[in-house]
Design a binder for this molecule. Structure first.
Ligand code: SF4
Length: 394
């Protein structure tokens, strides 16, 4: 491979584990630079925005640090100029059959533990016409699946149109020829818009899949998190999802060890997860982030050991739930989108699996017919473990 003249590293800085990962990546690239394997190194994104002053002082060898919105300055640093007329054009870093569609930037919520609003600022929706044009351009490049993302997708439109417009946006995206799946990530539970559920239930192109980080089930913890919803309303919301969209696959995220989470609150969380049986669930242990409400006003009261024990207990519970769910699919026929081939397996996903965060459907094969990559096919599920499923062609 040719030696790259420039490496531009996009960094994340919203929680401790993301910060550590970003810093590790910076040092890996700097090591490559020392060995003459790369030319200049630029660092941009949330981490360098958040620690604008500290990073240049503490990390030597980087040729330039830029914030998350400094594209023009970074281009200038490499001798190029920013051309807004091509700002809608995209170089796809994903395989050509799916793409992320970022519908807004920033967040107007004030979750006590979260540094994102202070890093990315207030919620700014991308105008709908611009998103439709971008999605049409992506469809023209062969994209079949759009993963709709934002810090808070359900807030879409409130700043720009004075009303929630995620439902309307989904309808507009579903009208685009070539787009076959639209998948919603990072929705927010309080005041969840009903029209989104109606559209999901009625429109084949909108995946019956919702990524909704609930963070906790205990009213006390949710209140301390400033989530604008209590435990009863959270339970009622999940019931509403299951009723309005039969067969919906719910992915959620929980935080364990947040201030205020005692043994009773953690039991509440386990009971909630045991009862509501999320098809997919991930968790984080709470980490105190500077300048957040929680860091400034709460004591980080749960020890590291207890946080880790709670994390392990929650994930063990979830692994049984995921296994049970996956096993319930054995023998069923599924329409899948083929992502890739490696080690004697074709890797595919149904509308029940999103990219990277969920398991895959693996189809044993000696090779992958070229016609399959990035296309839909039908399979029968033959086996399952807690994460992946195995299938054969129908
Ligand atoms: S909604 Fe998400 S991004 Fe916004 S403050 Fe809460 S956790 Fe952070």
């Amino acid at each position: 491979m040719a030696r790259p003249d420039i490496v531009a590293l996009n960094t994340c800085g919203f929680i401790q584990s993301a910060k550590s990962e970003s810093i590790e990546a910076i040092f890996t690239v700097l090591e490559a630079k020392k060995r003459g394997l790369v030319g200049k190194v630029f660092v941009f994104g949330c981490l360098s925005q958040r620690y604008r002053k500290e990073l240049p002082e503490e990390i030597e060898g980087v040729d330039g640090f830029f914030g998350a919105d400094d594209a023009a300055a970074m281009l200038e640093a490499v001798g190029l100029s920013y051309n807004p007329s091509i700002s809608l054009e995209r170089y796809l870093t994903t395989p050509s059959h799916y793409a992320f569609l970022k519908i807004s930037e920033g967040c107007d919520r004030s979750c006590s533990y979260c540094a994102i609003p202070s890093i990315r600022g207030r919620h700014v929706s991308v105008p709908m016409e611009q998103l439709v044009a971008e999605a049409e351009m992506l469809a023209g490049k062969g994209v079949k699946e759009l993963l709709v993302i934002a810090q808070d997708t359900t807030f879409y439109g409130l700043d720009l149109y004075r009303k929630r417009m995620l439902g309307k946006l989904l309808e507009r995206l579903a009208d685009i020829r070539g787009i076959e799946w639209i998948r919603i990530h990072y929705s927010y539970p309080a005041d969840f818009p009903d029209d989104v559920l109606e559209i999901m239930a009625g429109c084949d192109k909108v995946c019956k899949y919702l990524d909704i980080p609930l963070q906790h089930s205990s009213s006390k913890v949710l209140s301390m998190m400033h989530r604008n919803i209590d435990g009863d309303a959270t339970r009622a919301l999940v019931d509403r999802f299951r009723k309005a969209v039969p067969g919906i696959v719910l992915r959620t995220t929980m935080i364990v060890g947040h201030p205020g989470e005692g043994a009773r609150e953690f039991r509440d969380l386990l009971d909630f997860v045991r009862e509501y049986r999320f098809e997919r669930l991930g968790a984080f242990t709470y980490s105190e982030e500077e300048n957040t409400y929680a860091a400034m006003n709460y004591k980080d009261s749960v020890s590291k050991r207890v946080k880790e024990e709670r994390y392990a207990a929650l994930m063990e519970l979830q692994s049984g739930i995921s296994l049970e769910y996956n096993e319930s699919r054995v023998g069923t026929a599924e329409r899948v989108l083929v992502d890739s081939f490696s080690d004697g397996m074709i890797h595919a996903r149904s509308e029940k699996e999103s990219v990277d965060v969920d398991g895959e459907i693996l189809i044993p094969a000696a090779a992958m017919p070229a016609v399959l990559k990035g296309n839909f096919t039908n399979v029968k599920i033959t086996a399952a473990d807690e994460y992946d499923l195995t299938a054969q062609f129908l």
